[in-house]
Design a protein around this ligand. Structure first.
Ligand code: SF4
Length: 446
């Protein structure tokens, strides 16, 4: 049973030291009760109080880790229904499915492992391989699992409902902490034993949500903590409704039987890659923890990874690059000096265009609290005088001897203030669009 803010407050040190990030213990207790703070933020909670507070401070959806290194994935741990209420924390994992009877299994997964893209400094890639046992052969399944584990850095989902066959594969790869799929009414006891023995997380599949709740309750009481739910729905509407029902039951009703991340099978909701991708795009925001596809094809994977990136970034915290002076293409004292904001997308677009131009350049990234040039200028965070001060403080003024600085075309209005701050400097108004930078830089004369 969750504790109220006042009950939690009684267990806190009551020194109001503020080290947890809020000014008082009472405010911290209220935040904890609302699931908006982590107990670990207070360094002074006694062990005894920690135990009592464990349930109250536990996230309503348990975070579950699949894998131990490489593309190790944490799913679950969510605290809100809608991203704008706070943020979503742990991006759902994307899995490609292979059969242990597929003669090209290894070739296929190695090809999948090459699918990765750089975006605003992040690597976008799938994390999981769902290995399905279709051979019915204990050794074949185990050796296929080992082959994937040893030859790629994917985390594994082992798909087999025969506990005996599963045991060999799970033991052969247990240091990689694969997700065992799945415990059902028919095999729950044996799968529970195996998950406990190997320390691997266990997926649970029911014919409906009632059966799922019975199974998760039974397995939790047996001591298993790391569970993943498959609601069993294999039609679009059913899968969608079940995902929403599970999330609402965990967050609103505080029903611990549903307080686990989910796995959903987009490959059961469509036949073609396009249909599966559309199904995955529906499941991704609502609220799958893992999505399984038949194929990891660049044309379907890339849009899904981008959608995931959009949904799982914190809406209250703009993505920002560290302010400072950046060298691009090996600049010297005669190279152009450009200025931009520290919104990550702006930084990566501008720096990418400068790189493409092959013109050695300096790029001064100003702290605009992660806002783009136009927004920052409108909010007074991309102001001429402040940029001038930052140019001196960051040492940018000493990097070039021509005393010219290029500002973004959209911020032309700051030129006067900047010139006032940097008395003997010339402020050049660059292009409005970053795409015009290469041509502009090629014409630059020191
Ligand atoms: Fe209170 Fe702990 Fe926060 Fe200090 S860190 S104000 S003791 S809850």
């Amino acid at each position: 049973m969750a504790l109220t803010g006042i009950q939690i407050y009684k267990l806190l040190p009551k020194t109001n030291c503020g080290e947890c990030g809020v000014p008082t213990c009472l405010a911290f207790a209220m935040a904890l009760a609302a699931g908006k703070a982590e107990l670990s933020a207070c360094p002074y909670v006694s062990e005894e109080a920690k135990e009592q507070l464990a349930e109250a401070s536990a996230p309503p959806i348990r975070p579950v880790v699949i894998g131990s290194d490489g593309r190790c994935l944490k799913v679950g741990g969510e605290t809100v229904l809608f991203r704008h209420e706070k943020t979503f924390y742990n991006p759902c994992g994307l899995a490609g499915q292979v059969s242990d009877t597929d003669p090209d299994l290894l070739e296929k997964v190695k090809k999948w492992a090459e699918l990765k893209w750089e975006r605003i400094g992040l690597t976008l890639q799938p994390e999981l391989v769902f290995l399905k046992c279709e051979s019915g052969d204990q050794e074949k399944f185990a050796s296929a699992a080992k082959a994937v584990a040893q030859n790629t850095d994917f985390s594994l989902i082992l798909g087999c409902e025969d506990p005996q066959i599963m045991a060999s594969a799970a033991k052969a790869t247990q240091e990689k902490k694969p997700l065992l799929y799945a415990a059902t009414q028919a095999n729950a006891d044996k799968m529970c034993e195996l998950a406990a023995q190997t320390g691997c997380p266990l997926a649970v599949r029911g014919v409906d949500l009632e059966e799922v709740a019975e199974l998760t309750t039974e397995l939790s009481e047996a001591g298993l903590k790391d569970l993943v739910i498959d609601s069993g729905a294999r039609d679009l509407a059913g899968a969608f409704l079940d995902q929403v029902a599970i999330r609402r039951a965990a967050l609103i009703d505080k029903n611990r039987a549903f307080g686990f991340p989910t796995i959903a099978f987009a490959n059961a909701l469509g036949e073609t890659i396009a249909e599966q991708t559309a199904a995955a795009a529906m499941l991704l925001p609502k609220y799958a923890g893992i999505i399984v596809l038949d194929e990891l094809a660049p044309e379907s994977l890339f849009p899904l990874l981008l959608q995931r990136l959009n949904i799982y970034t914190d809406p209250q915290r703009p993505m920002a690059t560290s302010p400072g002076i950046y060298e691009i293409n090996g600049p010297d004292e005669n190279s152009p000096l450009c200025v931009t904001s520290n919104f990550s997308l702006t930084y990566f677009i501008v720096s990418g265009e400068i790189e493409t131009s092959r013109v050695p350049s300096w790029l001064l990234v100003v702290d605009t609290e992660g806002l783009s040039v136009m927004t920052a200028w409108a909010a007074g965070k991309f102001a001429g005088d402040a940029i001038g001060i930052f140019m001196k403080k960051s040492g940018a003024v000493d990097k070039v001897k021509h005393k010219k600085v290029i500002i973004p075309g959209y911020a032309a209005a700051i030129a006067g203030d900047l010139e006032e701050e940097l008395v003997d400097w010339t402020v050049l108004v660059g292009p409005r669009e970053a795409s015009a930078l290469p041509a502009y830089l090629k014409e630059f004369k020191a």
